[in-house]
Every structure is written in structure tokens, then in C-alpha cells.
Design a protein around this ligand. Structure first.
Ligand code: SAH
Length: 526
């Protein structure tokens, strides 16, 4: 079907497959479409981290689709897509896995085509293949499986069930069942009635590629009962065939240092993704629980006065002690229709390479970055002199730096460019997991986060939970609130913190993986 050309002024719709869950499995083209979307209509199975790629002012419409509970009916989704595109918007229709595999993508294309709206389809990594793979199961394998069928277990019972030819399916080497974990018994019985042996290996992978991934293994005869006993809940894929036995050989081969380790990232929502990304690459299951948020100052008066003074050449130095400070300061400069030129010949100090990188993106090269990225080190490295220094900081923070600068002969103006506030509460599920010891490593990138997190938690985590800190100041804050610090980053940067997380995870006995496979050979998750 060739879509009719829509008028140039009209918007269009891109159907994007979001992949099975892990944001790393979104395609580059999908990412590009998300970044430039004016509006997105998304399904339930799309991970929230993927929505973080949207521009903050993109319109977000939730189309639901929990089993049996649709937030929006399909016709309403079609209507919404058409309406948004007619408003001239770049619309993304974001779906779990691949849009054309049990995703009703075809129906949406039909509706768009008949409305004369241009559309494009960006395929996605499907859970039907990535789900088994995440548990170490290839859906085909030489001399073992040369054919795969992907079917919906929904069709196993009831009227629609007649549409499936179970006799034919029983002869396919690998059968992957999507949807309907509650109908698993009907589907497996249908396969057995059609002649597939009871002893055929089978596995169920729930929440594949997500931190909460779980795998249950058994045989065609036992898998439905195993899944029920294991408390498997949707979304889950079931794979039936000899390939399911390969999990025992392949399932434990993820040798990345944080494979099977769950890590909590407590940074602000805006800052979390960088650390989460590095930890995920190391194999970790990352849970984000922002404990603090950044807010602009109550009033801009003081900042504006400092900016005016800066532009007049009042200052000899400006010091930034965080990337947040730089971003907010330059945001305000922009609002005042100014830019890096306001700095003129002012010298700039940054607490670390992260802050220096954000400055560099604004066109400012930091003259001073101490070897060790702490406020104390800035004070030590700062030259002696007699002029004026602008210190752009958060409202919280020790006065030690001003004192050190003043002691070196400078007049120091401390200006609060942003405020750090504790978030209202931790997500209940995250809080429960930490208290139950179901998180392996807590990561902290600032003392403020330690305090905020611990007061939100309201209790100390069990001793099995390890703690990794970005530097000595953060570690001190952690010890003050009664945490045992297992590793402190040598280099006080995000990659340093990731290395400390690896070191913390390797300490002492690893937590028993209760949520892992119930397979007799205790293979690692993933
Ligand atoms: N278009 C999607 C499938 C949509 S049907 C795709 O290509 O993946 C929804 C079903 O997909 C769920 O009921 C479940 O069987 C499966 N599914 C989706 N995400 C999953 C995940 N992360 N883990 C396991 N199964 C998943």
C-alpha cells in the first residue's frame, strides 16, 4: 500500500518499535524520531526511560493496553493519531517490541492511509526473539531448530482459538508464545494434544531485558504449573522447543562485571541517565530513584546582579562546583539575552571534568580543574590574589570553599544559582526492594543525595546492601547517616563511580538471586 502524499504543511506519524524494554534496545532511527517528536502516543509496555528521550515539551498521550484494560480503544487511538498529525505535528506512535508483531500497527497504518496522513514505520527489536535471548535461549540453533513460529497464547482457548492450526505448530521446531500467560496451560495442552512430547524443554521469560527479568524453566508438560508456582506475571514470552535447554549452556555466560547486579541510582532525574547508561553497559540492572531535584533560586535578583557585575568585568574568577550550576547559570544568561561573551577575560574554575565539559559546551574553557574533584581541592588549587571571585553554587554546601578562597586574599561573592530539594517520596516498589535487600548496590554522587535518600527511606537498608560513593565527602555523609561504605571512587567522576560500583558489588557474598531461574543448574540471569 503506497500512502497518498499528504500536504506539505501537514504533520505525519512515525510508528516506532520501542524494543522489549531495555532502552539500549531502541534503534537509532527510533531514537531520532523520539527526539524530534511533537507528540507521542505510547503503550503500556514502553519503559519510562525511553520516554525520557522525548523533548520536555512533547505532548504525551498514554494509550494503555494492560491485559483486558485498554486506556484507549483502538479507534480512539487512530482518531488521536489523525488529529495530532492534522494539527501539523510530528507524531510518534510508540509501541513495545516491533510495531508489526501483534502490535496492531497494520490497523493504524490503514487508518492513517485512508485519512491521507503520511506515515513511516521504524521496526523494533521484538520480545519474541529478544525475550528468549535475554535468558540465553536462541530461537534457532544448528541441528536443533531450523524453524520458529510466533503465536499468541490468547488464541489458545475460546472462539478465536480455532484459527490456530496446533497440528501444524506442533511440527515447528521452536514455538514462541506471546501474551496470555494466564492461558499457558491451554496452549501447552493444545500442543501436547497435537503430538508434541510432554518432555519438550520450555521456558518462560517475564519482563525480559528489564531489571525485573525472571525466567522459569521446565518442560511442555510442566511449564504452565511452574510459571504459576513462580508467580510469573505479564509481560512474558514462553518458548517451547529443544532450544530452551540451551539456557543451561548459554545463560550464565554474561561475564560483564555487573551482570545480574541490581544498582540504585539516586541522582536527579536529569542527571541519572548518564550513570545509569554506564552501569547498564557493565551489565547491571539499573533502578532509578531520584532522591533530590534541582530548582531555580526563589528569585533571580542576586544572580542577575552577579551576571551584570560579571559582564562589567568586576570579577577576576568564577567558580562552578557542579554541572547543574553551569546549566542553570547559562540558562539564566540566555534569558537575559547574553552568552559566554559576558565572561570576557574572567578566569573560570570547575570542580571536575564533568563540570568542565558542560562549560566547554557553552564555549568556556576552564583554566582551573583540580586533580581531585572536591570543593576542598578547588580551595587548595586556587591561586592567591587580591581581586573578586564569583562562586556560583547550590543553596546547600559547606562554607569551606569560600573560607579557603577568602584566606587566599580574594573577596568572594557566593551566589545561590540553584536549590536542591528532596523529592516528595520514593516510589513504593523501590523503597520495598531496598528494605527487602533486593537491591545490591546503592550509588551516591553527592552528600545531599545521601541525606535525602535516607530520610525518604526512613530506615537503614539491610547489611547485604552495598554502598558506592563518588568521593570522600559523599562517603563521609553516608557514614554519618549510618551506612557502611563499601567503595569510594578514586576519580570523582561518573565513570569513577561506576568503577566503585563494580568494586562494591564484588565485595563479600553476593545476594542470593531469589528472583532468578528455578532451573537446577543455577545459571545467571541474562
Ligand atoms: N509488538 C510486541 C508484542 C506485543 S504483544 C513485540 O514485538 O514484542 C505483547 C506481548 O509481548 C506480551 O504479552 C508479552 O508476551 C510480550 N512481551 C512484550 N514485552 C515483553 C518483555 N519485556 N518480556 C517478555 N515478554 C514481553
Amino acid at each position: 500500500m503506497t500512502p497518498r502524499r499528504a500536504p506539505a504543511s501537514a504533520g505525519s506519524v512515525t510508528l516506532v518499535g520501542a524494543g522489549p524494554g531495555d532502552p539500549g534496545l531502541l534503534t537509532l532511527r527510533g531514537l531520532g524520531a523520539l527526539r524530534s517528536a511533537d507528540a507521542v502516543v505510547y503503550d503500556r509496555l514502553v519503559a519510562s526511560e525511553i520516554l525520557d528521550f522525548l523533548s520536555p515539551d512533547a505532548e504525551r498521550i498514554y494509550a494503555g493496553k494492560a491485559t483486558g484494560r485498554h486506556a484507549m480503544r483502538q479507534e480512539d487511538i487512530n482518531t488521536a493519531l489523525i488529529r495530532l498529525a492534522r494539527e501539523g505535528k510530528n507524531v510518534v506512535r510508540l509501541k513495545g517490541g516491533d510495531p508489526f508483531l501483534f502490535g496492531r500497527g497494520g490497523e493504524e497504518c490503514e487508518a492513517l492511509a485512508s485519512a491521507g496522513i503520511g506515515f513511516e514505520v521504524v521496526p523494533g527489536v521484538t520480545s519474541a526473539i529478544a525475550g528468549p535471548a535475554a535468558a540465553g535461549i536462541p530461537v534457532t540453533h544448528r541441528e536443533m531448530a531450523a524453524s520458529v513460529a510466533i503465536v499468541t497464547a490468547h488464541e489458545a482457548s475460546g472462539g478465536a482459538g480455532v484459527r490456530l492450526d496446533w497440528d501444524a505448530l506442533a511440527r515447528i521446531d521452536t514455538v514462541v508464545l506471546l501474551m496470555g500467560v494466564d492461558r499457558l496451560a491451554e496452549a501447552t495442552n493444545a500442543l501436547m494434544r497435537a503430538g508434541r512430547p510432554r518432555g519438550t524443554p520450555a521456558a518462560v521469560v517475564a519482563s525480559a531485558t528489564l531489571p525485573s527479568q525472571r525466567t522459569v524453566v521446565g518442560t511442555l508438560g510442566t511449564i504452565a504449573a511452574e510459571a504459576r508456582r513462580g508467580g510469573i506475571t505479564p509481560p512474558a514470552v514462553t518458548v517451547v522447543g529443544d532450544v530452551a535447554s540451551l539456557r543451561e549452556r548459554f545463560g550464565g555466560w554474561d561475564t560483564r562485571p555487573l551482570s545480574g547486579v541490581s544498582c540504585l541510582v539516586t541522582r536527579t532525574r536529569e542527571q541519572a541517565s548518564e550513570l545509569s547508561g554506564v552501569l547498564r553497559e557493565l551489565g547491571a540492572d539499573v533502578v532509578e530513584a531520584p532522591s533530590i531535584r534541582v530548582e531555580p533560586p526563589r528569585a533571580w535578583t542576586t544572580v542577575d546582579r552577579a551576571i551584570a557585575a560579571l559582564a562589567r568585568g568586576t570579577y577576576d574568577w568564577t567558580i562552578f562546583t557542579s554541572a547543574n550550576g553551569v546549566r542553570i547559570f547559562f540558562g539564566r544568561l540566555g534569558e537575559l539575552r547574553l552568552d559566554a561573551r559576558a565572561f570576557g577575560g574572567v578566569q573560570v574554575a570547575a570542580i571536575g571534568t564533568g563540570t568542565a565539559a558542560v562549560l566547554a559546551a557553552e564555549g568556556i574553557r576552564a583554566e582551573l580543574v583540580p586533580d581531585s574533584f572536591t570543593t576542598e581541592a578547588v580551595g587548595v588549587a586556587f591561586p592567591a590574589g587580591a581581586g573578586r571571585v564569583l562562586l556560583a553554587r547550590a543553596d546547600v554546601g559547606e562554607p569551606g570553599l569560600e573560607e579557603a578562597i577568602t584566606a587566599k586574599g580574594w573577596h568572594c561573592d557566593r551566589v545561590v544559582v540553584y536549590r536542591l530539594r528532596s523529592v516528595a517520596r520514593l516510589e513504593t516498589s523501590v523503597r520495598k526492594r531496598v528494605i527487602a535487600g533486593d537491591i545490591d548496590v546503592l550509588t551516591f554522587a553527592s552528600g545531599g543525595t545521601v541525606h535525602a535518600f535516607m530520610s525518604l527511606l526512613g530506615t537503614r537498608p539491610p547489611p547485604s546492601v552495598k554502598v558506592a560513593c563518588i568521593g570522600p565527602v559523599t562517603a563521609k555523609a553516608a557514614r554519618e547517616v549510618g551506612l557502611r561504605v563499601d567503595a569510594i571512587a578514586d576519580e570523582h567522576t561518573i565513570s569513577g563511580l561506576a568503577a566503585a560500583t563494580v568494586a562494591a558489588a564484588a565485595k563479600g557474598p553476593r545476594r542470593e538471586k531469589r528472583k532468578m531461574s528455578v532451573s537446577p543448574s543455577r545459571t545467571k540471569r541474562r
